[in-house]
Design a protein around this ligand. Structure first.
Ligand SMILES: Nc1ncnc2c1ncn2[C@@H]1O[C@H](COP(=O)(O)OP(=O)(O)O)[C@@H](O)[C@H]1O
Ligand SMILES: Cc1ncc(COP(=O)(O)O)c(N)n1
Length: 267
C-alpha cells in the first residue's frame, strides 16, 4: 500500500480541507496521513473563523511522520500565513524526491480569507518551486499571475505564466468558468484540456481539495502526472455529479459513489 500526506486546514463539516483529503486518499486505496496547518470553524454555509497553528507545531507534525513512515506523495492545501509556509517549505526541502501537489488555497467559496494576502509572495517563492504540480482555480490564478482569466484561452496563457513563475506543471481549474467545467493542464511542453459538462448543483464544497488530493493519491500509486490528472478529473466529476444535498449551503461531494462506481482506474 502507498502512503500520502496532506498538509492542510481542518474543516469540521468534513467537506473540504484535511477531511476531504483523507476521504479521497482512502478512495484511491492510499493510506492517508495529515499535518494540520489551521483550525477553521465552518459548515456548508461558510467559514466563520480560522486560526493558524504555531509554525513549529506544523513543522513538528510533518517531521515526525517522515521520521517514521515512507511518504509517497504530499498534498498541500490551506497554508494560512507566511510563517506556516516557511515551516512547511523547511520540512519538505529535506525530502526532494517526494512529489508535492500544491493547491494554493486563498479564499473559501463563501469569501473568507484562508491565506493572509501578504503571504502570497512567500507561497510563490517558497512552495511553488517545491511542487510537481500546482492547481489554482481562476481567482487564485489571477492573484498569482496578475491576469484576468475568463476563458479557456486565458487559462492557457496564464498556465504559461505560472510555469515562468517557477511551477513545474500546472492545472488551471475551470470550476469558476461560464459553461463547461474545463481544466487546463500544462507542463511547460504539452497542454492537456480536461473538459467535463458543468453539473448544475450547489454541492461544490471541497471540490478543489478533492481534486488535488486525487492527483496526489494517483501519484502515490505510481501514475505518471498526466494520467494522475486525468483520473483525478474523472473522480471529482463523478463525485460532484452524485453529490447528495447536506446542510443548508454548499454541500460536499460524494466520495463513496466516485470510489465505487466512478472509475475503474483509481488504484
Ligand atoms: N459545477 C461543476 N460541474 C462539474 N465540474 C465542476 C463543477 N464545479 C467545479 N468543477 C470541477 O471541480 C474541480 C475543482 O474546481 P474549482 O471549483 O475551480 O476549484 P476550487 O474548489 O479550488 O475553487 C475542477 O476539476 C472543476 O472543473
Ligand atoms: C480548511 C479548508 N481548506 C480549504 C477550503 C476550500 O475548499 P474548496 O475545495 O471548496 O476550495 C476550505 N473551505 N476549508
Amino acid at each position: 500500500m502507498r502512503h500520502a500526506l496532506t498538509i492542510a486546514g481542518s474543516d469540521p463539516s468534513g467537506g473540504a480541507g484535511i477531511q476531504a483529503d483523507l476521504k479521497t486518499f482512502a478512495a484511491f486505496g492510499v493510506y492517508g496521513m495529515s499535518a494540520i496547518t489551521a483550525a477553521t470553524v465552518q459548515n456548508t454555509c461558510g467559514v466563520r473563523e480560522a486560526q493558524a497553528l504555531k509554525p513549529g507545531l506544523v513543522a513538528a507534525q510533518i517531521g515526525c511522520l517522515f521520521e517514521d513512515i515512507r511518504v509517497d506523495a504530499v498534498k498541500i492545501g490551506m497554508t494560512a500565513d507566511a510563517d506556516v509556509i516557511s515551516a512547511i517549505a523547511g520540512e519538505l526541502r529535506k525530502h526532494p524526491g517526494v512529489p508535492v501537489v500544491l493547491d494554493p488555497v486563498m479564499v473559501s467559496t463563501s469569501g473568507h480569507a484562508l491565506l493572509d494576502p501578504a503571504a502570497v509572495h512567500a507561497l510563490t517563492r517558497q512552495l511553488l518551486p517545491l511542487a510537481a504540480l500546482i492547481t489554482p482555480n481562476l481567482p487564485e490564478t489571477t492573484v498569482l499571475t496578475g491576469r484576468e482569466v475568463r476563458t479557456v484561452e486565458d487559462m492557457r496563457t496564464a498556465a504559461v505564466d505560472l510555469i515562468a513563475l517557477g511551477a513545474r506543471a500546472v492545472v488551471v481549474k475551470g470550476g469558476h468558468l461560464d459553461g463547461d467545467a474545463v481544466d487546463v493542464f500544462f507542463d511547460g511542453r504539452d497542454f492537456l484540456l480536461l473538459p467535463q459538462p458543468r453539473v448544475a448543483t450547489r454541492n461544490t464544497h471541497g471540490t478543489g481539495c478533492t481534486f488535488s488530493s486525487a492527483v496526489a493519491a494517483a501519484l502515490a500509486n505510481g501514475k505518471p502526472l498526466p494520467d494522475a490528472v486525468r483520473v483525478a478529473k474523472t473522480y471529482i466529476s463523478e463525485a460532484i455529479a452524485h453529490a447528495e444535498t447536506l446542510g443548508h449551503g454548499h454541500g460536499p461531494v460524494n466520495h463513496f459513489y466516485a470510489a465505487t462506481f466512478g472509475s475503474a482506474d483509481l488504484l
